[in-house]
Each structure stands twice: as C-alpha cells, then as structure tokens.
Design a protein around this ligand. Structure first.
Ligand code: 5GP
Length: 204
C-alpha cells in the first residue's frame, strides 16, 4: 500500500494508527539524508544516512525508488519491500508522489505495480494543512515555506491515485485506509492459484 500526500496532511499519524490496527503490516523504513527530528530514532521512522552513504546505495542499486524531496534525498530499500511481499505480508510505504510514479512505472524492473494500491491522503483544506505544519513546531520557517510550496505542486497529483482519503477526522481517515486494504485483499485478480485445491477452471 503506497500512501502519498503533502507534508502536514498527517500522513505519519494516519500510517502509525493503521499499523497499530493492523500489526501484521510491515512499514517500509525509508532511507533519508535529512536530520532526525526530536523523538525520531534511527531504524524506526527512517534509516538516517549521510549523503555519501545514500549515494553509495544508489550506485549499488539498493533502492526500489528514490527522490529528492524538500532538498533532502529519500529512498525505499528493495529489501524493505521485497522480503516481506515474498513472505505474503502487506507492506505500507509512506513515499512522495515522485516515488509513487517510479513504482507505477515499474522502477528497477520491479513488478510491484501489479499488486500495489495507491492512496493519496489529502487535507480538508490548504489552510488546515498549513496550520498543522506550523503546529508540529519541528521545522524552521524556511522549511515550512518550502513544504507549502511543494504541497501546491503535489496536490494536483491526487488524480493519479486510485484512492483519495481526506484526513479531516483521524479515525475516519484510518478506517478508510483499512477498508481499502480489506477490499484489495478480496480482489480476484490478486489470486494466482485457485482458493480450493482440486477445483479448476470451469469447462466452457
Ligand atoms: P518527512 O521529511 O516529513 O518525514 O518526509 C518528507 C516527504 O518525503 C514525505 O512526503 C514522505 O512521504 C516522503 N518520503 C519518505 N520516505 C520516502 C521514500 O523512501 N521515497 C520517497 N520518494 N519519498 C519518501
């Protein structure tokens, strides 16, 4: 499940709550070159890397997708996704619209697009998003201005996603995301084998 949406929309809060309600989901811990915010721990929210280490991993083709966001680099490690998908787990990715586009385009020869649900998380209004960004109190004025500029560019991308969830009331947004996951699990197109061994295709 790919969840994108502008900064300040409450993506981390929604994702944390979805993970609490669905502990079987694996959260894909991304790499980033940005500095940890207060309360963030290396290996939990992100793997915090130096620019040189990030570049080394790009060259070693360790990323499924990577992008520059708000002046820092972010990337999804192949192993964070493929290991879990291969074991039959659902994986939650909190990535920006550039990253989602790369996965949709089959980045790195991956066939993930076949089994990904794309969710765009939107704010109830631009003003509310700005208020949330400022209330977070973790970013400088300059960083907030940059995030708001990027948000104006990012919001129109909602049309590229199959699902739009508006994060007005947190629990409603979380319920919507959980409903998308449940519905996806019932899609016949996801099954490669018959659910009933021995029962094959109907003769025509
Ligand atoms: P933040 O710095 O606020 O944690 O994240 C900034 C933006 O980077 C968010 O929109 C988040 O979704 C995005 N992001 C986080 N990890 C990744 C990643 O691995 N790849 C891409 N493309 N974007 C990411």
């Amino acid at each position: 499940l790919v969840v994108s949406g502008p900064s300040g929309v409450g993506k981390s809060t929604v994702c944390a709550e979805v993970l609490r309600r669905r502990p079987d989901l694996h959260f894909s811990v991304s790499c980033t070159t940005r500095a940890p915010r207060p309360g963030e721990t290396d290996g939990v929210q992100y793997h915090f890397l130096s620019p040189a280490d990030f570049e080394r991993r790009v060259a070693a083709r360790e990323f499924l997708e990577h992008a520059e966001v708000h002046g820092n680099r972010y990337g999804t490690l192949r192993r964070e996704v493929e290991t879990y998908v291969c074991r039959g787990h659902d994986v939650l990715l909190d990535i920006d619209v550039q990253g989602a586009r790369q996965i949709r385009a089959g980045a790195g020869g991956s066939e993930l697009d076949r089994c990904v649900e794309y969710v765009f998380l939107g704010p109830p209004s631009f003003a509310e998003m700005e208020r949330r960004l400022r209330a977070r109190g973790t970013d400088s004025d300059e960083a907030i201005r940059r995030r708001l500029r990027n948000a104006r560019r990012e919001l129109p991308a909602w049309r590229e996603y199959e699902h739009l969830v508006i994060n007005d009331v947190l629990q409603t947004a979380v319920d919507d995301v959980l409903a998308i996951l449940r519905a996806a699990a019932c899609e016949t197109g996801r099954r490669t084998t018959s659910p009933w061994p021995g029962i094959r295709r109907a003769a025509t």
